[in-house]
Design a protein around this ligand. Structure first.
Ligand code: ZN
Length: 272
């Protein structure tokens, strides 16, 4: 499987607005249509946040449920739900959608600056989230916004709350958090335990460096409007799929095969 490149598309996130990026999918219908386009283009995982009709972020399980149902009707892409939610949501709100038994869910591994805001993830919150994911057979993506977060994940692993194979998500270049460089990325990679995979999530200007960094270091790629809205300098992306199509071209140039959802299910040992 070493030659396979997994591409995740983070369809919308919680922060990006339609004013900034008119092509942003917001409603469950729009999310499902975008997920199918990305899957056709070569994405094997979609990362999903839910929004209210006015575009504001929501933790409403009913909205997540509708999005999951509509995506599953259209394609077999692996579905990863957020449990990062949005700034200001309670841990109980953030973890609730895991009861819908998505294939995967993000698990933030520490507190961090998020621009002018702050994301709170204490170790007890992380334990609670890992336990819920175990209960529903959901594979966590261990999202690390800082090098210390990788070390914090070791606590959960040591306590048996997370089982291998581990999948890390390195979130690079969030404003006021860890910058993207080969040195910072390499340090994160060095801290991972054995039997680990990782995906590089390059935010904003780190989008392309993140893709190339992932390829150079044996990791996987994440693209999408959650992380970045510009296809190139001053030019907004037309769709999430446009980002996926470019990632596929770059990975193929690097002589990598594009993973299918079935490959991901096998590699990450996802529940049937
Ligand atoms: Zn997210």
């Amino acid at each position: 499987m070493a030659n396979k490149m997994i591409i995740t598309c983070a369809l919308s996130g919680a922060e990006t607005s339609k004013t900034q990026a008119p092509a942003l999918p917001v409603t469950p219908e729009e999310l499902a249509a975008s997920a199918e386009e990305c899957w056709k283009a070569g994405a094997s995982i979609v990362h999903v946040h839910a929004r209210n009709d006015d575009g504001s972020p929501t933790a409403d399980v009913k909205v997540f449920k509708k999005a999951i149902e509509l995506i599953r009707k259209r394609c077999d892409v692996v579905i990863e739900l957020t449990t990062g939610g949005a700034v200001g949501m309670t841990p109980e709100e953030r973890i609730a959608p895991v009861s819908l038994q998505p294939d995967m869910a993000s698990l933030d591994c520490g507190s961090v600056n998020f621009g002018n805001d702050y994301i709170v993830n204490t170790v007890p919150i992380m334990r609670q989230f890992a336990a819920e994911m175990n209960k529903y057979g959901v594979r966590p993506t261990l999202e690390c916004f800082d090098v210390s977060h990788v070390q914090a994940s070791h606590i959960l692993i040591k306590e048996g709350l997370i089982k291998p194979p581990y999948h890390y998500g390195f979130v690079m270049n969030v404003p006021a958090a860890l910058s993207m460089s080969i040195k910072t990325l390499s340090y994160m990679i060095d801290q991972m335990p054995a039997e680990s995979y990782f995906t590089v999530m390059g935010v904003g200007r780190a989008h392309l460096p993140g893709i190339y960094g992932a390829i150079a270091s044996g990791g996987f790629i994440r693209v999408g409007f959650e992380d970045n809205i510009y296809y190139s300098k001053g030019r907004l992306a037309k769709s999430n799929a446009e980002f996926v199509e470019r990632a596929v071209r770059i990975a193929k140039e690097a002589d990598l095969e594009i993973a299918k959802p079935g490959d991901v299910r096998k590699m990450f040992a996802l529940k049937e």
